[in-house]
Design a protein around this ligand. Sequence first.
Ligand code: ATP
Ligand code: MG
Length: 237
Amino acid sequence: MSVLSIQDLNVYYGSIHALKGVSLEVNEGEIVTLIGANGAGKSTLLKTVSGLLKPKQGTISYAGSPIQGKPAQSIVKMGVSQVPEGRRVFAEMSVEENIELGAFLRKDKAEISKDFKKVYDIFPRLYERRKQSAGTLSGGEQQMLAMGRAIMARPKLLLLDEPSMGLAPLMVKTIFETVKDINEAGTTILLVEQNAHLALSIADRGYVIETGRVILSGSAAELQSSDEVKDAYLGGH
Ligand SMILES: Nc1ncnc2c1ncn2[C@@H]1O[C@H](COP(=O)(O)OP(=O)(O)OP(=O)(O)O)[C@@H](O)[C@H]1O
Ligand SMILES: [Mg+2]
């Protein structure tokens, strides 16, 4: 079953045509990755799905209903959460307060505290540092925090924008293993990455985007063995 179905999406920033007729599907239970270079339109796509940008043309269906142009808050309520590029934690607030923000649309107190426990189980480091202000965390810890906050919204669909960016290899490994765990626990994932090698290692399927257009798509295995992907995104290996 299709969780997210995007057809002919066109998004502009003023006169800049950032997405030029993008179509893609994410099925229930999948990890789908969107690979592309700087400026390809990856973040634009995620922001349009999450309601931060309005498309000029095209449709976005989530769980069978059109969501394009809806306010971001109602899209979160429907079960879509986004971990934005660059993490964006609230530096002055504590780790705990940052996590709590992810549940701001929920009223089910008992369930919220269960999810708190879940986040701390996934990321023990956040539990150790729960009283510390978020600005004092390392880059990798801030990435964990941004993911923890997203988990608190109980997403059915999680949108991740370059979770590996700026992290040491060991931390990247931890983050990607966690992405896989979150998926195995039942969350469908759309993962934007410049690190194609890593993204394809955990994804079921992928799309390659170049200057606002999807130029290639297929199973992770197909993309890993494609010459075009190897040359442009896998360092020729
Ligand atoms: N707020 C904005 N105003 C004008 N142009 C923008 C804006 N945001 C993005 N763009 C342009 O839209 C295009 C797509 O940008 P986008 O941020 O989606 O790329 P990206 O694939 O996420 O790149 P990166 O890997 O560097 O994050 C780029 O040409 C970018 O310069
Ligand atoms: Mg981006």
